[in-house]
Design a protein around this ligand. Structure first.
Ligand code: ATP
Ligand code: MG
Length: 342
């Protein structure tokens, strides 16, 4: 009962993608609406896509483990592979579980086992897709290891995780491991332009570059940034992207660093306040974004950049530990400014 419920959820998503695109209401999440439904449409991850496409052609695959940062196509690849192989029959033969909701040993024992032990319907094997498997407790992973072996004939597992180091060795050795990388700028650009075009959004060239800058290779974040901005205006501009993603544009961060060097503590501090207020940044966001901007600030020497990096790491740590934001950020400004005092 539960199994069918989970399966139905994921398959409906695909039927939406492939056949109902035109009927989808405007309010639907674009990340879902534009999720590739066949392996070959996945952006980037060339080596992985090639091997998965070969599995799709063969109509079979071993247990799989997908590891990599968020928004790079792991869930997409798992669902697309099943849909490529089973088509309409995915509905009855795929159990999708989010392991972070079902981390306990009991759930693995009951739900997974129950689904694994019934025979596949009209196909050679069933698939259990355990999303975010790194959230499973060690006990649950231990139970899984046995189940994977016991039912290997009739049931394949696809595990997805952000950190493969959190998956116990015996499970890793039972799987073909695929590593997903952050998407290259070109790949993000292509997908964003495709989505913008199909949604009828006017996207400025520099707005697209801004999306690439804020996404850091995470396509989910990129598409979400586009949708949030597009919900405010059909014409998506660079400043709209920065304002809606709580990201300061590089030139503002640059301006702050330059002010530390040339204008001294108070003007630099004022600039920092303005950035925080205008873009709604938390202290740690600011320090991390500043860290990225630092390496393009050619008015600092290499040694200064190293010292500032070290100091930013300390400030970030103190903020995370609960240090007061305004005092910590002032301390950062003071340290940078003091590097330029005679
Ligand atoms: N490689 C890709 N090609 C095309 N679209 C992608 C790709 N990666 C991500 N996307 C888009 O981003 C959305 C989220 O991707 P997905 O669910 O596959 O991420 P994930 O790697 O499973 O992330 P997480 O680790 O957070 O679970 C998809 O619905 C799709 O729209
Ligand atoms: Mg996922």
């Amino acid at each position: 009962m539960q199994a069918t419920f989970f399966a139905a959820l994921s398959v409906d998503r695909f039927i939406d993608n492939r056949y109902k695109q035109q009927l989808v209401p405007m309010s639907k999440m674009w990340v879902e609406k534009h999720r590739p439904s066949t392996v070959r449409d996945i952006r980037g991850q060339a080596a992985t896509v090639e091997r998965l496409a070969a599995y799709a052609d063969l109509g079979t695959f071993p247990h799989l483990l997908f590891a990599g940062p968020p928004g790079t196509g792991k869930t997409t690849a798992a669902l697309a592979l099943c849909f490529d192989i089973f088509g309409e029959r995915s509905k009855d033969n795929l159990l999708e579980m989010n392991a972070s909701d079902e981390r306990k040993l009991e759930n693995i024992r009951t739900k997974v086992k129950q689904f694994a032990r019934t025979s596949p319907l009209g196909v050679d094997f069933k698939v259990i897709f355990l999303d975010e498997a790194d959230a499973l407790t060690a006990d649950a992973q231990g139970a899984l290891r046995r189940i994977m072996e016991q039912y290997a004939e009739t049931c394949r597992f696809i595990l997805s995780c952000n950190y493969s180091s959190k998956i116990i060795e015996p499970i890793q050795s039972r799987c073909a491991v695929f590593r997903f990388r952050p998407l290259a700028d070109d790949q993000v650009r292509m997908q964003i332009e495709t989505v913008a075009k199909s949604e009828g959004i006017e996207l400025d060239q520099d707005a697209c570059e801004a999306i690439i800058h804020v996404s850091l290779g995470d396509l989910r974040r990129a598409i979400t940034a586009l949708q949030v901005s597009a919900s405010l205006s059909n014409h998506v501009t660079r400043s709209l992207i920065y304002e809606t993603t709580a990201t300061a544009p590089p030139e503002d961060l640059h301006g702050y660093l330059l002010a530390c060097k040339e204008d001294g503590f108070h003007p630099a501090r004022r600039r920092l306040r303005t950035i925080l207020d205008q873009f709604g940044l938390a202290g740690t966001d600011l320090v991390n974004q500043l860290h990225r901007a630092l390496y393009d600030a050619d008015f600092f020497s290499e040694t200064q950049k190293l010292d500032i990096t070290e100091m930013m790491a300390t400030i970030d740590f103190r903020l995370v530990e609960g240090g007061g934001e305004s005092l910590q950020l002032d301390s950062m400004t003071a340290t940078i400014c003091s590097m330029f005092r005679d």
